[in-house]
Design a protein around this ligand. Structure first.
Ligand code: GLC
Length: 599
């Protein structure tokens, strides 16, 4: 190639410098603009606005929702980008937060809280590899994951997106970034089984005060994080330091606000001290900072000041994501007026282009679907099944009821025994997730029946109870995502009336195991006395047989609580290290079946 930036033999630094020098202001503005695929008035806008990035928000899927359709859709967008003067490739992003969760047939892994319960960093890395392979095979080189949030109040609707309440646990699980991206130096990012990762949401998203959210009907999501400087550093910033060390390519700020040592709350999307000062300068983060969905609109002031404040605070690309016309116009005006320095724009574009070169998008802008046959395969599902099994936390095991003998006459009941959508949770096929068979997978009941075919099942325990040895009651939550799942917003930490009734009925008639399938602890205190064995199953994803594996002793129980288990909802926030700490079950708690046998 006669143009240096198109010459793959040149160092990326040189290619970026050459390309940047050729770019007009409007082309630079375009690179800093991310639009949602459905917001495009026409595909021609990709070239006319020189858009640098598109995304699928949760559930924004092609029809049909197949891997081939995804790749074809993104290639079409890329074709439009290739029609631009400099042919800078688009970068497409999605939220693949527990497998390639938008795609029907993909492997849906347990959510982060379950992975945290495994205490297995190598398994966390492996889940990243499975996710990256399936995502890249559909033509997508960028995943808005992992959330390295440290969840301090389980009334938060995003509790299950956290690996736990303890920063050291969250840091240990950041190996998922290596699974997603490969080696920290970025040398593997061009491979067809790697994607660019996103450490989110910077910083303190999991530490907001209940009742402080001013966003819609949310009660805690997107609220105010009130911490001391020391808590900020040791609890919420620590995982980002690890993510930067692992070479994470992008960071997404939080919708929330930060108040340090009683200072006035500052919206994170306008927090230059933390983004420019701590993330970029002190931690040396050299990737790019992508905003959250329409998050800059929440900054005080008009849209022009939203743009100026966020970009000057260190945002490099803005997930507009719909009104890209106003955004590009506004950014252009701020630059022309000198209210955003040209050096800041060049720094942002340099960071974005560097990641695109590392991903090999200039050489291979179109989907490499050679791994598409790996999507949802037995090999990948086996990883999900192993993760599901290792994530099960045995909280109580009276008279060594577990593991069950396969020959036991079982009575299975409860709202979450046979519901694939409920056991996957939010961010599954749609943004909020949904009950029922929304994709291909194995429910917990399916898994039980693979081992104990004669198991009786009755969702509401209305079938006759006599003649059974053991009851298995699978209770828990319906799917939700983000603030929609905040307690006080149509959700709480209590079992439903139907689930409580099923526990009372079955556990009143026979020895019983209760499995809680949920994104966070559920208060079970009042019924604990009649329950012989209790398991926190979290959100196991499509591979429900992993739960059966520990129930029947194929795999020993080894999971440990990633969050403290409360006696009452009012105990929240409840975290290990609290001065007065009185959980039902403490952080780190977890019986093992072998140990139980010795008791
Ligand atoms: C959402 C979430 C963020 C996600 C983004 C794109 O609102 O806050 O985690 O990556 O929007 O879907």
């Amino acid at each position: 190639h006669d143009l240096p930036y198109l010459n793959p033999k040149l160092p990326i630094k040189h290619r970026v410098a050459d390309l940047l020098a050729r770019m007009t202001v409007s082309e630079k503005v375009g690179q800093m603009t991310q639009a949602e695929r459905n917001a495009l008035r026409s595909r021609a806008d990709i070239a006319s606005y020189a858009l640098g990035s598109l995304l699928s928000g949760g559930g924004s899927v092609p029809a049909p929702n197949t891997p081939a359709a995804w790749a074809a859709m993104i290639d079409t967008f890329q074709l439009n980008a290739q029609a631009t003067r400099l042919q800078i490739p688009l970068i497409y992003g999605v939220d693949a937060v527990h497998g390639h969760n938008n795609v029907v047939g993909a492997t849906i892994l347990p959510h982060n809280i379950a992975i945290g319960a495994t205490r297995d960093p190598e398994l966390a890395r492996r889940t990243g590899e499975v996710t990256a392979t399936e995502v890249r095979a559909t033509g997508i080189p960028w995943d808005f994951a992992p959330c390295v949030c440290v969840v301090r109040d389980d009334r938060w609707g995003r509790t299950y997106e956290a690996y736990g309440e303890d920063p050291a646990l969250v840091q240990s699980m950041a190996t998922v970034i290596t699974g997603l991206q490969g080696k920290p130096n970025g040398s593997q990012l061009a491979r067809n089984d790697r994607v660019l990762a996103t450490a989110k949401h910077f910083v303190g998203d999991g530490g907001t005060t209940y009742g402080s959210s001013t966003t819609g009907s949310y009660t805690i999501d997107q609220g105010v994080t009130e911490v001391s400087r020391q808590q900020l550093e040791t609890i919420h910033l620590a995982p980002f330091g690890t993510a930067v060390e692992l070479g994470v390519g992008t960071v997404m700020p939080s919708y929330s606000s930060l108040s340090v040592d009683g200072g006035a709350p500052v919206k994170m999307h306008g927090n230059g001290e933390l983004i420019n000062g701590v993330l970029k300068q002190r931690m040396g983060f050299d990737g790019f900072v992508i905003s959250d969905w329409q998050a800059i609109d929440q900054l005080p002031g008009d849209y022009a000041s939203d743009i100026r404040t966020s970009i000057n605070a260190g945002l490099d690309m803005i997930m507009v994501p719909t009104n890209y016309q106003d955004f590009t116009r506004g950014l252009t005006e701020e630059i022309a007026a000198g209210r955003i320095p040209a050096a800041r724009i060049d720094d942002a574009v340099r960071r974005i282009l560097t990641e695109k070169f590392k991903l090999g998008l200039f050489e291979h802008p179109y989907a490499d679907t050679s791994n598409s046959a790996s999507i949802g395969t037995a090999e990948h599902r086996a990883v999900g099944r192993a993760a599901a099994a290792k994530s099960q936390v045995l909280l109580k095991n009276e008279s060594n009821l577990l593991p069950l003998a396969p020959t036991s006459k079982l009575y299975v009941a409860g709202s979450n025994a046979n519901d694939l959508g409920n056991q996957m949770g939010g961010w599954s096929i749609s943004w909020q997730g949904g009950s029922g068979t929304t994709t291909t997978g194995t429910t917990i009941l399916d898994g039980i029946r693979q081992v104990a075919p004669t198991a009786t099942y009755s969702a509401d325990a209305s079938a006759p109870l006599d003649g059974h040895d053991v009851g298995v009651v699978v209770v828990g939550e319906r799917p939700y995502a983000e603030g929609i799942g905040d307690v006080g917003n149509g959700h709480d930490l209590l079992l439903s009336v139907a689930d409580k009734a099923a526990v009372d009925k079955v556990c009143g008639a026979m020895k019983c195991v209760v499995l809680i399938v949920s994104g966070r602890p559920q208060v079970i205190t009042d019924q604990l006395g009649k329950i012989n064995a209790l398991v926190a199953s979290w959100l196991p994803g499509t591979e429900g047989a992993g739960v059966a594996d520990v129930l029947f002793g194929k795999v020993p129980f080894s999971g440990r609580l990633p969050v403290s288990w409360p006696r009452t909802q009012e105990q929240q926030p409840l975290n290990v290290g609290d001065a007065s700490y009185d959980p039902q079950y403490p952080f780190g708690w977890g019986l093992t079946t072998q140990a139980a046998a010795r008791q």
